[in-house]
Design a protein around this ligand. Structure first.
Ligand SMILES: Cc1cc2nc3c(=O)[nH]c(=O)nc-3n(C[C@H](O)[C@H](O)[C@H](O)COP(=O)(O)OP(=O)(O)OC[C@H]3O[C@@H](n4cnc5c(N)ncnc54)[C@H](O)[C@@H]3O)c2cc1C
Length: 364
């Protein structure tokens, strides 16, 4: 059995690790030219389900490295106003903090990912095998094609064209600021939400148990940091929207060493009706993209990887056939994936800022 995974994100890599460990032939194809092509270094909160799935797929020798590069995440989620006065609380929660970029490097260990390969389309032949086409003209064949190619999935566009990303209308800007004692005091628990008129700022800490480069020499040299996500209601620069905010909050954004200046859209993908069963399936954001407000997109992608891995291992061990394994995976995945998206959308209003003041009229 040969499995082709499209997309070297967290979900695709996790699946590939799990299959490789079980001796199943798997190849990952990624559109980006390399692992550093885009800024992806923000903190994720892993739930128990996500962490279990990750451990299930990773080979045992990487488990201690995984533990070393995670951080503890527990406590309240206070809501404060722009002057840092408490105005509410989103309640306590727990999890494990992990840096997406560092985790991606860990997941790449031992895998030979084909970067620079953008899938354009696929066809299922009469023999039941899938032929995959890439933008530069190459092709490959697989017994199972897994579209783990994120929210804009080209595999989904062909397999289930009626399922499309929906824009929630909420925009965000993302950054990372080296951790200092001053900034650590702003986040006493799981995370802090600062809500002002026209802007919400969400802060979370990434404190590695062991610096990643020390945990394994091939991991990125990433220092502890504060991850901040700003949700503005207007395109004005954050510095302008935060003019009257507490100096400590302003300083987090001003001292950032990595930020997306462009505003990104929060989009979701809700799994709809099932597509015809076959040797092509979907995983992660490609089929259930959540709003970051739910903190469960990566967790759900990792859960998919673990479930699909288990089902495919059973097929390789002659306990059932491939299509039954895919069918069982899709039934379960669509169920919990739809709930993950719904949960994230229910949580979104608590983070959306109240509208800001009207912009001043421009003078000629
Ligand atoms: C600010 C922010 C905070 C978040 N916080 C959390 C959190 O705390 N907890 C949590 O669980 N989730 C969180 N998420 C969500 C999480 O990051 C995603 O759900 C997760 O990364 C999805 O993984 P994936 O493997 O499905 O897709 P992706 O990581 O998007 O990977 C898809 C890959 O496919 C590649 N690709 C795309 N098209 C093609 C093609 N045609 N051919 C080949 N390759 C292709 C892409 O380049 C990409 O590398 C957060 C997201 C954001 C933006």
């Amino acid at each position: 059995m040969r499995v082709v995974v499209i997309g070297a994100g967290l979900g695709g890599l996790c699946l590939a690790q799990g299959l490789r460990q079980a001796g199943i032939e798997v190849d990952v194809y990624e559109r980006d030219p390399g692992v550093h092509a885009r800024f992806q270094g923000y903190r994720l909160g892993l739930s128990e389900v996500g962490a279990e799935a990750l451990r299930g797929c990773l080979p045992h020798h990487l488990h201690p490295v995984l533990t070393a590069i995670t951080g503890e995440l527990a406590g309240d989620r206070p809501v404060v106003d722009p002057r840092l006065e408490p105005v509410g609380d989103l309640g306590p929660t727990t999890g494990t903090a992990v840096d997406r970029h560092v985790l991606r490097h860990l997941l790449l260990d031992g895998l030979d990912v084909r970067f620079g390969h953008q899938l354009t389309d696929h066809q299922v032949g009469e023999d039941g095998r899938v032929r995959v086409h890439f933008a530069h003209g190459q092709t490959t064949t697989a017994d199972l094609l897994v579209g783990a190619d994120g929210i804009g999935s080209a595999v989904r566009a062909q397999l289930a064209p009626e399922i499309r990303p929906e824009d929630t209308g909420v925009r965000f800007v993302l950054g990372r600021t080296p951790l200092t004692d001053r900034f650590a005091r702003l986040v006493p628990g799981f995370g802090t939400v600062a809500k002002g008129s026209g802007l919400t700022l969400m802060l979370g800490l990434m404190r590695f148990r062991v610096p990643p480069r020390q945990a394994a020499p091939w991991l990125p040299d990433t220092p502890d940091y504060v991850r901040w996500v700003g949700m503005p209601t207007s395109p004005a620069p954050l510095a302008e929207l935060m003019r009257d905010w507490h100096p400590d909050l302003r300083a987090v954004v001003e001292a950032t060493d990595t930020a997306h200046s462009a505003q990104l859209s929060i989009r979701v993908v809700r799994p709809g009706a099932r597509w015809p069963l076959g040797p092509v399936t979907l995983l992660g954001d490609a089929i259930h993209a959540t709003s970051p407000s739910g903190g469960n997109g990566a967790n759900t992608a990792l859960r998919d990887a673990d479930l699909l891995r288990r089902n495919l291992i059973a097929v390789a061990a002659h306990r059932g056939n491939l299509l039954d394994a895919v069918d069982d995976y899709e039934r379960q995945m669509i169920d919990y994936g739809a709930e993950a998206v719904a949960h994230s959308l229910r949580a979104l209003p608590s983070f959306v800022p109240t509208p800001g003041p009207e912009p001043l009229p421009t003078t000629r």
